[in-house]
Write a protein that binds this ligand. Structure first.
Ligand code: KIV
Length: 262
């Protein structure tokens, strides 16, 4: 299994690495078998699995439930779990207790926290007790109401400056990597070049040290995906056609046939 040291080394050697955001046993198993370097149990599960219109509703209990299944599917993969909305916002103590629960109860390797300077104190505490932390800046979906939607960040000088400072603060606090979401590629390059820890991009161009995509997006489960996603296959369409075929065959008496009988 990879450790945070492997991600540091990858940056040093300028070797790109991959993370996939996913939430269950079978998809985690496929990620491990395919040699994906790390899995994130993202709070995007709120939207992708639970059908909510934001990441805010998913609970810590639900994140733990899914993380246990992911660990079973990928026993030899480095796994990070998103700390969900309100599991670390009220106090540093809450954050420490809840992140501790995630590691203790699921056997994963680290947590991800959204935010910059404002979460630096919590990052320091978690790292001091041995919990690796992945930072997340740029478009931070838990702030959707504050950001006014899912919009590209770092478009103004002020916002660029703030993101650069946030990245530095997270590095100084001890994050082992930082996700840069939906930021212009030139800003992602500036941040990536200025840090000794790896950056992981999603909608941040090709310059980051690693790339992350949501499993369901990259296999084309839903009809629409954001601009930054490459749909490698169209699984949604394939599954729908398969289900239609099954339904037709049952109704036409084609399935089950003799070969499926006992
Ligand atoms: O929740 C998630 O899946 C994420 C990634 C897309 C970075 O935060």
């Amino acid at each position: 299994m990879k450790s945070i040291l492997d991600f540091y080394r990858a940056k040093e050697k300028e070797e790109k690495f991959t993370f996939v955001s996913t939430y269950d046993y079978w998809s985690a198993k496929l990620c491990e078998e395919a040699g994906i370097d790390g899995i994130l149990v993202g709070d995007s599960l709120s939207m992708v699995v639970q059908g909510n219109d934001s990441t805010l509703p998913v609970s810590l209990e639900e994140m733990i439930y899914h993380s246990k299944a992911v660990r079973k599917g990928a026993p030899n993969t480095f796994i990070v779990v998103d700390m969900p909305f309100m599991s670390y916002h009220a106090s540093v103590e809450d954050g420490v207790k809840n992140a501790g629960r995630v590691l203790k109860e699921t056997g994963v390797n680290g947590v991800k926290i959204e935010g910059g300077k404002k979460v630096a104190q919590l990052v320091e505490r978690l790292v001091s007790i041995g919990i690796p932390v992945m930072g997340h800046i740029g478009l931070t979906p838990q702030f959707v109401n504050q950001l006014g939607g899912y919009k590209v960040q770092g478009r103004t000088e002020e916002s660029r400056e703030r993101l650069k400072q946030d990245a530095k603060a997270l590095e100084e606090a001890g994050c082992f990597s930082i996700v840069l979401e939906a930021v212009p590629a030139d800003l992602a390059k500036e941040i990536t070049d200025s840090l000794s820890i790896p950056t992981i991009g999603i909608g941040a161009g090709s310059v980051t040290d690693g790339q992350i995509l949501v499993f369901h997006d990259l296999i084309g489960v839903f009809e629409k995906t954001p601009k930054f996603v490459k749909r490698y296959i169209e699984v949604g369409k394939m599954i729908k056609e398969t289900l239609e075929k099954f339904s037709k065959e049952v109704k036409n008496g084609v399935f089950p046939s003799k070969e499926h009988e006992y």
